[in-house]
Design a protein around this ligand. Structure first.
Ligand SMILES: [Zn+2]
Length: 388
């Protein structure tokens, strides 16, 4: 028997089909001309270089270094609120490469238990926002756990752990995919390995699963837009899409207040902007979270809050270092290294220093380099960009 949400989803899916198709192109495997040209540093390191291994190595190193600093000097969070972002909680399958954004169930349990043992208190996002709105203080070492997209394995693998440890969490759902049996269109790993991996490692959550988790009192649902599209420069379309998501969450789950996290989430790539934040406010959501890796001051605007992505190799020590404020420098260093490897930083500095006098006109790419430093917005690629 169809529940009343089925008709909402079916109709909205039909109306949003073009946007879904647009979203599908985000993670195509088409070669990126920028990465093909390369730079001097990349050519030098070519025998050892792949984009993903370099990014992972840099993240791993940053995590270890942050852990050492945390042990030496202690927490520097000073009452700030840290938020963790998970996506998929799935077991590894022999012969199948691990997806970019995944933590195994066993590691997930050890991470959460380890954070609790280190004195962190995990509170629901909605509760923290309500307390702040009432002017109440948030106790030190308060952190928040979130899941993006709404993978079925949150129900099968993460929720039992959360119940066992009595830990609340927020699941940000792209509502167009609720009850879908196909993989998310931004998940090329699932499409490639569909026949060899557990169904819940790629299939979205169902309405029934969500309802059961919400009724437990431990899980809050939040919006992650309806279609999980690329809304850069399309604030009107974004507002409409997010409103659809908010309406579905209210109708299907009776949410009195709806939290929100941006899809793709990176301000430096244009997926979060002042225009999109203003559009989000129009929908009545109570926050707008990015994946900018930073702690959040209680007095700051929750529409500018960031979160820390949890990497597959993270343990309680590296997560503790992130949440204690020792990881903020890592993204800046990572972007600089990435720029150096691509050769763009050197080009940027030359253009900035000379004003491009040697050519009659600069290319759009060069103007972008001047205007945005090294952070030219690019669609995220599954091979190099795990933040979805
Ligand atoms: Zn997402």
């Amino acid at each position: 028997m169809r529940n009343k949400c089925d008709s909402v989803n079916a109709s909205t899916l039909r109306t949003k089909a073009p946007a879904l198709r647009a979203g599908a192109s985000l993670n195509s495997h088409a070669p990126n001309p920028r990465t093909q040209c390369g730079g001097f540093c990349r050519k030098l390191l070519m025998p050892f270089y792949t984009p993903q291994t370099t990014v992972n190595l840099a993240k791993h190193t940053a995590g270890c270094f942050s852990t050492v600093l945390n042990r030496l000097f202690g927490s520097r969070s000073a009452g700030a609120i840290g938020i963790l972002t998970y996506h998929r909680i799935s077991t590894m399958v022999a012969g199948v490469p691990e997806p970019a954004v995944n933590v195994t169930p066993d590691r997930f349990r050890r991470q959460i238990a380890g954070l609790l043992n280190r004195g962190f208190t995990i509170r629901p996002l909605g509760n923290v926002l309500e307390r702040l709105a009432r002017g109440e203080a948030i106790p030190p070492q308060t952190i928040i756990v979130t899941f993006d997209d709404g993978y079925g394995c949150v129900y099968t693998n993460a929720w039992p752990v959360l119940q066992e440890l009595n830990v609340p969490a927020t699941v940000f759902i792209s509502t167009a995919y609720l009850d879908a049996e196909r993989p998310f269109q931004f998940d090329p790993w699932a499409t490639a390995h569909l026949d060899h991996v557990p169904v819940d490692s790629y299939r979205p959550l169902t309405t029934v699963q969500c309802r059961e988790m919400v009724e437990s009192g431990l899980i809050e649902l939040g919006a992650h837009t309806h279609t999980h599209g690329d809304f850069r420069g399309r604030s009107d379309a974004f507002c409409s899409d997010l409103q659809t998501s908010v309406d579905i969450l209210r109708a299907c789950f009776g949410l009195p207040a709806v939290t929100f996290a941006f899809p793709y989430g990176r301000p430096d790539m244009g997926f979060v902007s002042d225009e999109l934040i203003a559009a989000a406010r129009q929908t009545g959501v109570t926050c707008a979270l990015s994946t900018e890796m930073k702690l959040n001051q209680p007095q700051s605007d929750p529409f500018t809050w960031g979160r820390f992505n949890v990497d597959p190799w993270d343990n309680a020590s590296t997560l503790s270092a992130k949440l204690d404020g020792w990881y903020g420098w890592a993204p800046k260093l990572g972007r600089t290294v990435k720029c150096l490897l691509s050769g763009r930083c050197l080009k940027t500095k030359i253009i900035a220093a000379t004003g491009g006098w040697w050519r009659s006109e600069t290319t759009p790419q060069d103007r972008g380099l001047l205007g945005h430093r090294c952070a030219i917005p690019q669609p995220p690629s599954a091979s190099t960009e795990p933040s979805i």
